[in-house]
Design a binder for this molecule. Sequence first.
Ligand code: C2E
Ligand code: MG
Ligand code: MG
Ligand code: MG
Length: 284
Amino acid sequence: RAKESGRNTYQFFTPDMNIRAARHLLQQEELARALEEESFLLHYQPKFDLASENVVGVEALLRWQHPEKGVLPAQQFIDLADETGLIVRLGELALRQACIQIQALERAGFRDLKMAVNLSARQVLDPGFLDMLRQVITETGVLPEVLELEMPVALLNEDPQLLHTLLEPLNDLGICLLLDDFGAGAWSLAALQQLPFNVIKVDQRLIRDVPYSASVTDVASAVIALAQKLHLTVVAEGIETPHQLSFLKAAGCTQGQGNLFSYPLDEDALIGFLVRQHERSLIS
Ligand code: C2E
Ligand code: MG
Ligand code: MG
Ligand code: MG
């Protein structure tokens, strides 16, 4: 095609872009190798009931144990994993590990905690998704009611009939379905009303400037009110300041997580955190 449209087209392929394309390919290979070597792990960020400040669950967040760069957060590689399709295998790994971990916590005496796992649209729409999920549940023996699946809000723009077929069985199993990063991007309100989602998580970008910008505060309040009208539970992510926390509570958020409460923690740090929480709850 480049040839057809004439010589001028070549100017698009600057040396800079060739370098970028090459780097992309390298990262892709590196990621695929890391998957073979199972160099991934999960960190867990506690989720709180905002009224009591009790831990109600944790969200599993993927990390890449990189040989040179150390532990990389999902944000730095998840898009690439998604573009390349590697997310399907990587996501299964994460789901299985999360199911194993929540049962280990249960055995250690931390009861009634939920385990939230993130999914990309590509994973949910993958033809093998339902079978994979059922198999992981059977193999690990996890109770489906313990699981929360966090799905991107962009899913609402997919074919509603298809989504219904995909999500209804999950709902029947008793899995909690959550829409992640709600309020960012464009999505179909009609679909939101029709699909069996239970929870929305307000995008952290919506509360970033609370309380410094009145318009931001208004948008966040409106999004929360909308969700409440649709009988959805409202959770907040990325809570960093006491101001944001009190705003969210007043606006009707019932659960939340963020660096104000706890960073995402590795397995051992999570246990330590839960133990301290438990001791605190005994004192108060
Ligand atoms: P997310 O599900 O919206 O997760 C929240 C992100 O914000 C996480 O970044 C978390 O580490 C970070 N975060 C938590 N609290 C705060 C805070 O108070 N302030 C700020 N500024 N950030 C906070 P992370 O771990 O890099 O993950 C990025 C995204 O990657 C996630 O966004 C999620 O969409 C995706 N992801 C993570 N793990 C998985 C996975 O296992 N599978 C799939 N498909 N996606 C995943
Ligand atoms: Mg999430
Ligand atoms: Mg989120
Ligand atoms: Mg987010």
